[in-house]
Write a protein that binds this ligand. Structure first.
Ligand code: NAP
Length: 256
C-alpha cells in the first residue's frame, strides 16, 4: 500500500514496487489519477493494482481504508506512509485549520495506518513499513514550524518501531529526503521552502528501497543532505535556528 501514490515520491514508489512484481493498493484523493495509474501498472508489469481514493486528513479515513482493503481480501505486507504536505509562513498568519490538517495527514494518518496494518504483518512474521519523513525532521524549522515538528514525529516514531519490531520480522524505515523534484513546492506555494538542488523522486525511492533491503532504521538520501543533517549535531541549537531561519524566512511577494 502506497499513500500519496498519485504524485511525486509516492508515484515513484508505486512504479518501483510494481517493477519488482508487487501487487499494489494506491491511496490518495485523486480518484481518476489513481485509477489510470492502476491500469497502467497492471498493463506494464502484469501485477494487480487497486485504487482506493481517500482524504487521509479526515478522522476515520485511515480505518476506512483498512476496512475497504480488508473487504477486497487485501492485507498489504508493505505499507508506505508517504502522503504529506507542508505549510510555509509565520505560524500566527497561517490558517489553523490548514496546520491541523497537516498534523492529521503527516502524523495521525501514519499512526492509524501503521496500527491498522501492523498486526497482520506480525502474524505473518514479515512485513515492512516505510514512513516518508524529511530532512525537516533533523532540526526545528522556523517559518515551517508545524512541518518540521510533524516530520520529527515521523522520524522518532519510525525509529522506535524499528527497534520494537525488528526481531519479529517487520522492518520499519524512516526516509528523510531533502528537496525533491515533485509537486510538493507547488502545494507549499513558496520556493524558499526548498533548500538546495532537487533530487529526482526515482533516486529517493531507489535509495530508500536499498536501505530497506539492508535493514536500516532511517536513510537520508544524498551526500549533501547527509552533511546538512550533521550540522544540528555539531552546532549550538540557537545557531542552527538562525541559519535555518535565514534560509526559510518568507520573501516579500510582489503582490504584497
Ligand atoms: P507531492 O508530489 O505533492 O505528493 C503528495 C501526495 O500526497 C500526492 O499523491 C497527494 O495526492 C497525496 N495527498 C495529499 N494530501 C492528501 C490527503 N489529504 N489524503 C490523501 N493523500 C493526500 O509531494 P511529494 O514530494 O511526493 O511528497 C511526498 C512525501 O514526501 C510527503 O510526506 C512530503 O512531506 C515528503 N517530502 C517531500 C520532499 C520534497 O522536497 N518534495 C522532501 C522531503 C520530504 P492527492 O492530491 O491526489 O491527494
Amino acid at each position: 500500500m502506497v499513500t500519496g501514490a498519485s504524485s511525486g515520491i509516492g508515484l515513484a514508489f508505486s512504479h518501483a514496487l510494481a517493477a519488482r512484481g508487487a501487487n499494489l493498493i494506491l491511496v490518495a484523493r485523486s480518484r481518476d489519477k489513481l485509477t489510470s495509474l492502476a491500469r497502467e501498472l497492471e498493463h506494464r508489469h502484469a501485477i494487480r493494482a487497486h485504487a482506493l481514493a481517500a482524504d487521509l486528513t479526515e478522522a476515520g479515513a485511515a480505518s476506512d481504508v483498512h476496512a475497504r482493503a480488508s473487504a477486497l481480501g487485501l492485507a498489504p505486507n508493505i505499507l508506505i506512509n508517504n502522503a504529506g504536505f507542508a505549510t510555509h509562513g509565520h505560524f500566527d498568519a497561517l490558517p489553523l485549520a490548514r496546520q491541523l490538517d497537516e498534523i492529521s495527514l503527516n502524523c495521525r494518518a501514519v499512526v492509524e495506518l501503521s496500527h491498522a496494518f501492523l498486526p497482520a504483518m506480525l502474524e505473518q512474521g514479515e512485513g515492512a513499513i516505510i514512513n516518508v519523513a524529511s530532512t525537516a525532521a533533523l532540526q526545528p524549522l522556523p517559518y515551517m514550524a508545524i512541518y518540521g515538528a510533524t516530520k520529527a514525529f515521523v522520524l522518532s516514531f519510525s525509529e522506535a518501531l524499528w527497534q520494537e519490531y525488528r526481531a519479529r520480522g517487520v522492518r520499519v524505515l524512516a526516509v528523510c529526503p531533502g528537496a525533491t523534484d515533485t509537486a510538493f513546492f507547488d502545494v507549499v506555494g513558496a520556493e524558499e521552502a526548498g533548500v538546495g538542488a532537487r533530487m529526482a523522486a526515482e533516486t529517493v525511492v531507489n535509495i530508500s528501497l536499498r536501505a530497506l533491503d539492508r535493514g536500516q532504521s532511517h536513510v537520508v538520501p544524498g551526500g549533501a543532505n547527509r552533511m546538512l543533517g550533521w550540522l544540528p549535531r555539531m552546532l549550538p541549537r540557537q545557531t542552527i535556528l538562525q541559519i535555518v531561519s535565514n534560509m526559510l524566512r518568507p520573501r516579500q511577494r510582489l503582490a504584497d
